[in-house]
Every structure is written in C-alpha cells, then in structure tokens.
Design a protein around this ligand. Structure first.
Ligand SMILES: Nc1ncnc2c1ncn2[C@@H]1O[C@H](COP(=O)(O)OP(=O)(O)OP(=O)(O)O)[C@@H](O)[C@H]1O
Length: 283
C-alpha cells in the first residue's frame, strides 16, 4: 500500500501525550562491580550499565529500546520489572516501586516454559498464581491460546511445539495475569525469519487491540520501526538514551501490518532510525 493510501495515523504523540504514566524511570544509574574484589587481580573496573537514565512510558505506548550489545537495554528492562535495583535514582510502575510479577508480564528471549507440563498446565500454573479459581482455569487458558493463535493446543506437550509456538505460549502466559504493562526482552531473536515476522505482526495487533502498554527490547531496526509507537535509541559506555524517535505509523486493531513494511513512510522511518543508531549521540 503506498504511503498516500494509509489511513490517518493515530500517532504516539497525539494519542498518548496526555495519558497517565505507566513507567517512570528517574535519573537511574546501575553500576556493576565496585572494584573492591579481595584479590588485586580479581578486581575489575566498575561498569555503568546505565547512567542517569530517565524515561516515561505512558498508557498505551509501545516503547522499543534498541541499541548495540552492552548498552544496557536488558538492565533497563530488569529495573522496570523489579528484577534489578538502581544504584541511584528511582523506577516506578503505576506510581509504586516495581515488584516482580505484580501487574507486569515479562517475556524473555527463551520461552522458559515448564517442559514437563502441557501447554494448558503451563498456563494453569500462571493463572493459579494470579488467583484464578481452579474451575475457571481451563476456559481462561483456552481464551489465552485463542489470543496467541494457538486454539485447541492446551493438551499438547511443550516439547511437541515449534520454537515459535513455544514463544506464543510464553506470551499467553505473560498475559495470564492481565498485566497492564508487558515487558519483552528480544522475544523473537531465536526464531526463523518468517516466524519472527508473523509474531511481530501478531504482537503489534494484540497490543493495539488491548491497549496494553509495552516496553520491548531488540537489536533490529526493522523490528523497532514496525512495532514501536516510539523508539528509544540507546548507546553504550555508559549506557544511556541517545535519541527518542516517535513512529507515526497507523496503530489500530485493524491496521494491515504486513503492508506497512512496504510503505514509503516505513522506509523513511527506518532510514531515520539507522542514522540515529550511527549518529554521534549514539557513539
Ligand atoms: N550482572 C552483571 N554483572 C556485571 N556486569 C553486568 C551484569 N549485567 C550486565 N552487565 C554489564 O552491563 C552492561 C549492560 O548489559 P545489558 O545486558 O543490559 O546490555 P544489553 O544492551 O541488553 O546487551 P545485549 O544486547 O548484548 O543483550 C554490559 O557491559 C554488561 O557486561
């Protein structure tokens, strides 16, 4: 579809600028290694994985963190999830210090499912932790599988599924707790190119339909532009946010996502992001 035929975009700026902050990261520094090892040779210089990072993600935004290896993307996501504590500064999710698993769904590069349980068993475990009564869990698991396009797969064993199907189950498990915030750390990096494209399209549509706030980590500029309502370019040594690019592509539940990849606007934004990744601020 040529860019001229695209429906008017509901841009990040227009739709989310006045919505409530879901994530508020304020002047966060994370320093690993204090150089205080007991033996001189074991001492290493401290690493500022993040230095003075501030970030606000508002309700309904799809924020993508992109940047070179070691620039602190995973560390920032772990701080927001409550898995890592800032050395200085504060992180807040819905106004409170983040507690792992509370109101936040997390998806990692590897699906990390229980291999001895069925697909339904994996989802039932997550639903139980979320307080869903036993009698309701099978029906809820089926609903979740519908949402990730795996209907009727509840009785399958995890090892019977492809990598892409396992990652869909991991996404369904993250959705089990009805999170208002979804954090994804390179969830498609281990998948083949076609599966990856399909899952990108599904996650984009799912987020648009449910208006879930998302923070997504990737190395891929294509993935960042396709998925994000906004892309945060990070740079290393020390880890920091070097640029914040709005992505004014259409984001509705019925947007034809595959067609977006072929538009002139997508190509323009992709070039803009590449320039930002190579630019002086990102070095
Ligand atoms: N637990 C740790 N102890 C010491 N250093 C760490 C630890 N975790 C991360 N680091 C360092 O912090 C920096 C940022 O790491 P992080 O994993 O956040 O980067 P990243 O951008 O996610 O990298 P990648 O894209 O390769 O996954 C790196 O220099 C890394 O070596």
């Amino acid at each position: 579809m040529p860019a001229a035929e695209l429906p008017a975009p509901r841009t990040a700026a227009a739709a989310e600028s006045d919505s409530a902050p879901v994530v508020a990261v304020d002047r966060v520094t994370v320093r690993f290694g204090d150089g205080g090892g007991r033996f001189r040779r074991a001492r290493t210089a401290p690493v500022d994985a993040l230095s003075d990072v501030s970030l606000t993600v508002r309700e309904g935004e799809f924020a993508v963190l992109v940047g070179p290896s070691g620039c602190g993307k995973t560390t920032l996501l772990r701080v927001v999830a409550g898995f890592a504590q800032p050395t200085t500064g504060t992180a807040r999710v819905h106004g409170a210090a983040p507690v792992p698993g509370r109101g936040v769904g997390v998806v990692f590069q590897q699906p990390r499912l229980f291999p001895w349980r069925t697909v339904g068993g994996n989802l039932a475990f997550a639903l139980a932790r979320h307080g869903v009564p036993h009698a309701d869990r099978a029906a809820r698991a089926e609903e979740l599988l519908d949402r990730v396009r795996l209907p009727g797969m509840s009785h399958r064993r995890v090892w019977e599924l492809s990598g892409g199907q396992q990652q869909r189950v991991a996404i369904a498990r993250a959705l089990a707790a009805e999170p208002r915030l979804l954090l994804l750390d390179e969830p498609f990096a281990a998948l083949d190119a076609l599966t990856r494209e399909r899952l990108q399209e599904e996650v984009r549509t799912l987020a648009a339909r449910t208006r879930t706030t998302v923070v997504f980590v990737t190395h891929s500029a294509d993935e960042a532009v396709l998925l994000g309502s906004r892309v945060l370019v990070m740079a290393a040594s020390p880890g920091r946010i070097a640029a914040d690019l709005p992505i004014p592509l259409p984001r509705n539940a019925d947007t034809d996502v595959p067609a977006l990849r072929g538009t002139a606007e997508f190509a323009r934004l992709r070039a803009e992001l590449s320039a930002a990744l190579r630019g002086p601020a990102a070095r």
